[in-house]
Design a protein around this ligand. Structure first.
Ligand SMILES: [Zn+2]
Ligand SMILES: [Zn+2]
Length: 278
């Protein structure tokens, strides 16, 4: 028996509308480059600034995703963690991360993975292993760095996390929210994937100067314009960026992120993102 939907399509009836995109609440747990800001031993104006927006822990992001869109209730919410850098434990305490249902690793650099061990308390009581998603190379590095978490023969019952290898590229997109970190270029195919799909974009930008493996502020601005998100936030910032000076220089719709920034991306027809109080 064909399903009702197939039967309708065979009969020439219009396909049903797609379900609404999920509503996403993103908390930027850290917005600093690999050293964090202040940089140890540095007494520059940014490292000694008393503006809290100039103090940057290592970059990561926590998402609360409500699959049914604005009408979804808290019980439906899925809590996704993107990267767990060396500051993850402190960030989870500071910003009230109470639950992690799944983790996505963007890549295997130290500033994005070394807090992985601090995930274990979230999963002690789980009946089923919680999934960690990573591309094959990253998964290989994680298994080597954290054998007590992933090599269960050596450390029985040590943790309740399971690695899943994914083949997609490093773009992390959920609903109308996209998070791109540690990039210095975006392939055309990825631009096509993002084109017109993103309401709120978080993208890495180190500072004004060029860098071989990261976007500069100018390059990230060009990439953001091409993606065309309604609002873009720069992350993975160095101590060359003083928030109060740089923010007013950015074009409309583009902002500097800061630690603790919360972004609400509504998934229904009326797309709306709200920058909430720190
Ligand atoms: Zn400094
Ligand atoms: Zn990084």
């Amino acid at each position: 028996m064909p399903s009702k939907r197939v039967a309708e399509q065979e009969a020439g009836a219009p396909a049903r509308a797609d379900p609404p995109a999920p509503t996403v609440r993103a908390t930027l747990l850290g917005t600093g480059t690999s050293t964090g800001v202040p940089v140890l031993g540095c007494d520059c104006a940014v490292c000694t600034s008393d503006d809290p927006r100039d103090q940057r822990l290592r970059s990561s992001c926590h998402l609360v995703v409500r699959p049914r869109g604005p009408g979804g209730c808290d019980d439906d919410a899925v809590h996704l963690q993107i990267d767990t850098g060396p500051d993850f434990r402190r960030q989870a305490l500071r910003y009230g991360v109470e639950r992690v249902d799944a983790v996505l690793y963007t890549h295997a650099h130290f500033d994005h993975v070394t807090g992985l061990d601090d995930l274990r308390p979230f999963f002690f009581q789980n009946a089923a292993p919680a999934p960690c998603f990573a591309r094959p190379h990253t998964a290989k590095v994680l298994r080597r760095m954290f054998p007590h978490v992933f090599v269960h023969d050596d450390y029985p019952n040590a943790s309740n996390l399971e690695l899943h290898e994914i083949t997609e590229d490093a773009l992390a997109g959920v609903g109308r929210f996209a998070y791109l970190t540690d990039a210095s270029a975006i392939p055309d195919a990825s631009f096509d994937q993002l084109d017109g799909q993103v309401d709120t974009l978080v993208i890495d930008a180190l500072h004004r100067r060029d860098h071989p493996t990261h976007f500069s502020i100018e390059e990230a601005t060009r990439a953001a314009r091409r993606i065309g998100a309604r609002a873009t936030y720069f992350t993975h910032l160095t101590h060359s960026v003083r928030h109060a000076e740089e923010e007013p220089r950015l074009p409309e719709g583009i902002h500097l992120a800061y630690d603790g920034l919360r972004l609400q991306v509504e998934g229904g027809k009326a797309l709306r993102a709200v920058e909430s109080e720190r």
